[in-house]
Design a protein around this ligand. Structure first.
Ligand code: SIN
Length: 288
């Protein structure tokens, strides 16, 4: 399909599209920006190939869509704190990698991210793909009964599983993962926020499933033990292969995902090779 001046080629029937005819190192016209925005909303995650951008151009592109976030637990580049390097060094063979379980970014915020722009600087020969899943489909394929039940429910989110004192970060550190990234574990990760279990996308108006393994802890008014079976069901459901796409990176590839209606997972299947990505995250709004 061609809209305005860009070509949009869907990757799977579930989500994801490759955008052609755009050079992100050049100033974009309003027509191009609108076409990119439209493709982003329609496909949930869009991909660009063969880009060669500076940190300023990376930040400038992301800023077209909103203010930028600085991650509270993972350090940014010294000169560009809004650019978070997502790195795994060749000598890092820890079984847990950054972003290696299904999640939406920073849902432990009152206002979780709108999206992220991830730029590949160094990639393994093979492996290190990223999977994305469509949370509209996850919602729409639940039974009427479960959808009705979930529609009125809220869930507690925090960052304890990923960045708490007994988290994946602590374990990674203990096993030598600090060689790759500066990520800190902190008790401030226990801070809780509440979001609806079913969220309405603020731009498309569509409903979607909004619980994720990394950050959702329990349902409001339910204990952790009571919440666990239903949450586990929903996490598994959200990751059904027919709701996903899988992106194979090349140096210079960029993924721009809508964090409000997708989840993603970075595969950790390339021990002995190096992978370096730069992530810029755009601030979002309060889910309703
Ligand atoms: C992330 O979760 O932001 C990392 C994604 C990736 O490295 O592919």
């Amino acid at each position: 399909m061609t809209t305005a001046e860009i070509e949009v080629e869907p990757l799977t029937s579930a989500l994801g599209a490759e955008i052609r005819g755009i050079d992100l190192s050049e100033a974009l016209s309003n027509t191009e920006l609108n076409a990119i925005h439209q493709a982003f909303l329609e496909n949930q995650v869009i991909f660009f190939r063969d880009q060669n951008i500076t940190p300023e151009q990376h930040l400038g592109f992301a800023r077209k869509f909103g203010e930028l976030d600085i991650h509270p637990f993972a350090a940014g580049l010294d000169d560009y704190p809004e650019i978070m390097p997502v790195v795994k060094e060749a000598e890092d063979t820890v079984s847990i990698n950054f972003g290696g379980t299904w999640h939406s970014d920073v849902t432990f915020y009152e206002k979780p991210a709108l999206g992220s722009v991830l730029y590949a600087l160094d990639v393994p020969q093979s492996g290190g793909d990223t999977l994305f899943s469509n949370m509209y489909l996850a919602y729409e394929t639940l039974s009427d009964g479960l959808r009705e039940t979930l529609d009125g429910m809220q869930a507690v989110h925090n960052a304890s599983r990923s960045f708490g004192l007994n988290s994946r970060t602590t374990l990674r550190s203990r096993e030598g993962g600090d060689v790759s990234m500066r990520v800190r574990a902190d008790e401030e990760a226990e801070k809780e926020v509440v979001h609806p279990v079913i969220r309405t996308h603020p731009e498309t108006g569509r409903k979607l499933l909004f619980v994720n393994y990394n950050f959702t802890q329990r349902f409001v008014g339910w204990t952790k033990e009571e919440s666990e079976p239903l949450l586990t069901y929903l996490w598994d459901h959200a990751a059904r292969p027919e709701f996903t796409c899988r992106f194979r990176w090349r140096k210079g590839s960029i993924a721009f995902w809508d964090n409000r209606c997708t989840q993603h997972l970075a595969l950790n299947d390339y021990h002995g090779a190096r992978r370096e990505m730069h992530r810029v995250t755009i601030c979002g709004d309060k889910p309703y």
